[in-house]
Every structure is written in C-alpha cells, then in structure tokens.
Design a protein around this ligand. Structure first.
Ligand code: NAD
Ligand code: TDX
Length: 339
C-alpha cells in the first residue's frame, strides 16, 4: 500500500507518519510538504532512513510537482493534512489560506482522479461548524450540523470540504472527510495555545489569554486523532464525514492554570489581552457516528495527556528552541505587540 501524506512535517501529519510506519510496517509512506514556517524537517529525522519512507518538498498548489509525484508513486491513498492552520494568522492575512487550503485541495483531488487513487481523505476541523453558546452544554456538533464559519481559516477549510464532497458527487472520487476537535501533544507548533503557554511559562514570561479566558475547546490527544484517521481510510464509508472528538471540554483559562500548576509557576504570569476577532466561544464534538460505525474511542484522558505533553516539551527543548528564536520572535511581536 502506497500512501501520500501531505503536510507530514507539521504537527498532526508528523504524528500520523510515525503512527502509520509503526502500525503498518509493510506500507510505504510518502510525505509531501512545502516546509512553510510550520513545517519542520527535523521532526521527521527519526524516519528519514526508513526504507518505507520518502520525503518530498513540494507545494500542494504546484500541479506539475504533484502530478510528477503521483506518476512516480502511484498512491493507493492520499491523506491531506497540508494547510495553513492558525486562526490568528488567517485574520492577519487570509490569502494564503485560500490558496493552500482550497486550491491546494483541488490540485490534489485532480491528481487523485487522474491516477485513480482508491481513497482521498481530507483532514478537516470542527471549526467548520462555527461555535456553540456557553449556556447550552447540551448542544454538540454532529455531522448534520450546518456549516457556519467564523474566521478566514475555518471558511477556507469549509470551502475545501464542500469541494471534496462535490468531487465525490460529480466525479465519483472515493473521498472521506474527518472533522476533528483541537489536538494537543508532541510537535505542536508553539504559536498554538498549549505549547505557547508551556514555553512562555518556562521562561517566566506573561501568558496572553484572549478575552475573558472562558472560551471552551474540546481537546484530543494527537495520537487518538491519528488512530481515527487510520480507521477511516481503511473502514470508513466513501462519501461520508466523520466527526472526531473525545468529550474533553476545557475553558482556556483552566488549561493555562493547569500548565502553571504542573510547572510550579505563579498565576501572576496570566495576562488578559484583547480578544481574538470573531472568537468562537465553544466547540464540542459528538463522536457517536465514528464510535458506532468504526468502534473508535479516544484512549488518552486529558489529565494524562497534558502531563505527557508538558514533559515532552521539557525533554525536547532542542526541537522548539530553534523555532522560537529568529522569525518566530518577530511573529510574536507583530501579533501581541499592541494587545
Ligand atoms: P501545522 O500548521 O502544524 O502543519 C501544516 C503542515 O502543512 C506543515 O508541515 C506545512 O509545511 C505544510 N504545508 C502548508 N502549506 C502547504 C502547501 N501549500 N503545500 C504543502 N505543504 C504545506 O498544522 P496541524 O495542526 O498539524 O494541522 C494539520 C491539519 O489538521 C490541517 O489541515 C488542519 O486544518 C487540521 N486540523 C488541525 C487541528 C489542530 O488542533 N491542530 C484540529 C483539527 C483539524
Ligand atoms: O495566545 C493565545 N491566547 C489564547 O487565549 C492563543 C494562541 C490562543 N488563545 C485561545 C484562542 C482559542 O480559544 O486559546 C484557544 C485555542 O487557540 P489555538 O491554539 O489558536 O486553537 P484554535 O483557534 O482553537 O484552533 C485549533 O483547533 C482547530 C487549530 O489551530 C486549528 O487548526 C484547528 O482546526
């Protein structure tokens, strides 16, 4: 089985590459990644010499490069993780989100049609459903919840999802889509809430909490997400959407306090800053469908996963130190300088 994994040098994609090489030692995994600011080749170092792994630096929007790779590898399955993924960046500059997340998806699907792939899987997000109110804890996102996006990021992901479903209906491309809640774990880029707070707390720097800090996210350990995608590409029904989430709702402020407690740091580091524009209030996934149809259940409890994750960042400074120096510092100043 030949599988092209796009965006495999990023957070979830790299965890998926590791999972697949371990779970299916007879599969060949080809990672296609542009290595944007969020892609890190050093993450993939442990598998670079694996004869069942190949890395190719290319842009999913580059039709020629994508076609060439499909011609060479004749993939059975394509799993598309490649995306611009940070909501705050999409608010600053939507354009590249539309290019990679929508146009890139169409280039990959055109190649998938041309070379007859058996499954095209789109890695999507719960953000396509918009948000839920805090005072209705009985409400959850199901696969029937209407698309209702808030940010340029989520709109670009929703645009891609609609295109994927259109390729299924119009051309019969055998597609599946997974819409997952917030992931956390190793190799999470330090612009996102959990790694940002861990690393800043370690340096006794202020922790910028948006708005009142009461926004709720539904956290899933990254390995559980990878296992869900593995199941969907093998056993999921073509043309279907699967929500993935673990009923692990947490308010941002509670996560920040938990990190401070684990690291033995003072809550005085918490600084409330101007809210994110259009900030979604609450995400909460109903994972009944993937549980009933495919038997998937999350295995890592948040209490254990967050401790494991904090330990990973403590043990792997060599991974994140080069990231937070240089270009990323300029980014931080730009995003938080006047908040
Ligand atoms: P990430 O930003 O950590 O990684 C994205 C990867 O895609 C990087 O390696 C980057 O170099 C690559 N990439 C970007 N543009 C590219 C292009 N034009 N061509 C080729 N490669 C390109 O993202 P992530 O958090 O790992 O998210 C992966 C996928 O999962 C995304 O599609 C995202 O929308 C989705 N998702 C993420 C979460 C989450 O909590 N992080 C939750 C649900 C869904
Ligand atoms: O400095 C911060 N302070 C803060 O309060 C940052 C970076 C975030 N936040 C808040 C905003 C959100 O309510 O924390 C919450 C989580 O923020 P992010 O880590 O930026 O994630 P989110 O916006 O929820 O989106 C993530 O989950 C869904 C991923 O980045 C998306 O790619 C995925 O689709």
């Amino acid at each position: 089985m030949n599988i092209i994994v796009t965006g495999g040098a990023g957070f979830i994609g790299s965890n998926f590459v590791f999972h697949m090489l371990k779970a299916h030692p007879d599969y060949r995994i080809i990672c296609l990644d542009k290595l944007t600011y969020a892609g890190n080749l050093s993450t993939l170092e442990p598998v670079m010499d694996n004869p069942n792994f190949r890395f190719v630096k290319a842009d999913i929007c580059d039709k020629e490069a994508v076609d060439k790779l499909f011609e060479e590898e004749k993939p059975d399955i394509v799993v598309n993780f490649a995306a611009e993924s940070h909501v705050d960046r999409s608010i600053e500059n939507p354009q590249v989100f539309l290019e990679t997340n929508i146009l890139g998806t169409s280039v990959l699907m055109d190649a998938s049609r041309k070379y007859g792939v058996k499954r095209y899987h789109q890695v999507s997000t719960d953000e396509v459903y918009g948000d839920l109110p805090l005072d209705r804890p009985d409400l959850f996102f199901t696969e029937q919840t209407p698309i209702h996006t808030s940010s340029p990021y989520s709109s670009s992901k929703a645009g891609a999802d609609l295109l994927v479903l259109a390729y299924y209906r119009t051309y019969g491309l055998p597609v599946t889509i997974s819409r997952c809640s917030n992931n956390y774990g190793p190799y999470h880029f330090p612009e996102k809430l959990i790694p940002l707070m861990i690393i800043r707390a370690l340096h006794d720097e202020s922790l910028p909490v948006y708005g009142d800090g009461l926004n709720v996210r539904d956290w899933l350990y990254v390995e559980d997400h990878c296992k869900a995608i593995d199941l969907i590409i093998h056993e999921g029904k073509v043309g279907e959407v699967y929500n993935v989430g673990g009923h692990n709702e947490m308010a941002n402020i509670d996560i920040v306090k938990l990190i401070l407690k684990e690291l033995g740091k003072s809550e005085d580091l918490i600084t409330y800053v101007t809210d994110r524009k259009g900030h979604d209030r609450r995400y909460a996934i109903d994972p009944t469908k993937i549980h009933n149809e495919l038997g998937w259940l999350p295995e890592t409890k948040f209490a254990d996963g967050i401790v494991k994750t904090i330990k990973w960042y403590l043990d792997n400074e060599a991974w994140w130190q080069p990231i937070i120096s240089g270009e990323y510092q300029n980014y931080y100043e730009k995003m938080y300088g006047d908040k």
